[in-house]
Design a protein around this ligand. Structure first.
Ligand SMILES: N[C@@H](CCC(=O)N[C@@H](CS)C(=O)NCC(=O)O)C(=O)O
Length: 239
């Protein structure tokens, strides 16, 4: 039996959920408490007991306890190889891992400055202005990432030859940017086509819908939701 400790607004846990669903693996999901004021405090006691980093996701597969989404995805692909979520050759596998790392760490660094937008606002006006300035600078960086991805995706369905963890990680980082009011993807044809195709896959659609539902429950509405995300989220007006 697979148990996944996940969070309603945990990007990294949702990566694992998408992989489990793409592989059609049954799992029990334990959602840890989260709110936009105290975050993951107080921590779920079982997560504290299992993960010295105190984070979700944590996976327990018949007593094998693993943490860190990247490591969990590698384990899942080796333990449950069909359908594969990594390419076959060493070079392609290395490039796939690099794309995942790029999404999780490099592109995600440009998403962080947008995160104040759906949290309770600070009462400090100067800090608020600085936060929004930093967010606008980060949006320029995000558009550079969109352009890079658009170029990579030109003429192809996925980042590699077939769906892989690189697509899962990149989808989640793009989703995080869009839910925080980042610029829309419309001008980037290959990227928006890829986004639409992945959004239509059930595993990705469930994650996006559940995140939108969690945002309606837990987050401050973002003033400039991107059209595509607004549609998923059931928001009245995209920009
Ligand atoms: N590199 C880790 C990152 C995990 C992570 O940042 N988890 C977040 C939720 S998405 C968390 O538990 N944050 C609480 C904390 O860092 O204290 C992974 O890929 O799983």
């Amino acid at each position: 039996m697979i148990t996944l400790y996940s969070g309603p607004l945990s990007l990294f846990s949702r990566k694992v959920e998408i992989a489990l669903r793409e592989k059609d693996l049954a799992f029990e999901r334990i959602m840890v408490p989260f709110n936009q004021t105290t975050g993951y405090e107080p921590r779920h006691p079982e997560v504290l007991a299992m993960n010295p980093k105190r984070q979700v996701p944590v996976l327990n597969d018949a007593g094998l306890v693993l943490y860190d989404s990247t490591l969990i995805l590698e384990y899942l692909d080796e333990a449950y190889p069909q359908p594969p979520l990594f390419p076959r050759t060493p070079v392609e596998r290395a490039l796939c891992r690099l794309d995942e790392l790029h999404a999780d760490e490099i592109m995600f660094a440009a998403v962080r400055p947008l995160m104040h937008r759906n949290a309770p606002p600070t009462t400090d006006r100067n800090k608020r202005a600085q936060q929004e300035t930093d967010a606008l600078i980060a949006e320029v960086e995000l558009e550079r990432h969109y352009a890079r991805l658009d170029e990579k995706l030109a003429g192809r369905d996925f980042l590699g030859e077939a769906l892989s963890v690189a697509d899962i990680a990149t989808f989640m980082t793009v989703l995080w940017a869009l839910r925080l009011g980042a610029p829309p993807l419309d001008a980037f044809k290959a990227l928006s086509g890829w986004w639409r195709r992945l959004s239509e896959r059930p595993a990705f659609a469930v994650a996006a819908e559940e995140i939108a539902e969690a945002d309606r429950r837990l987050s401050v509405p973002v003033k400039r939701p991107e059209k595509g995300y607004a549609r998923i989220a059931g928001l009245a007006d995209g920009r």
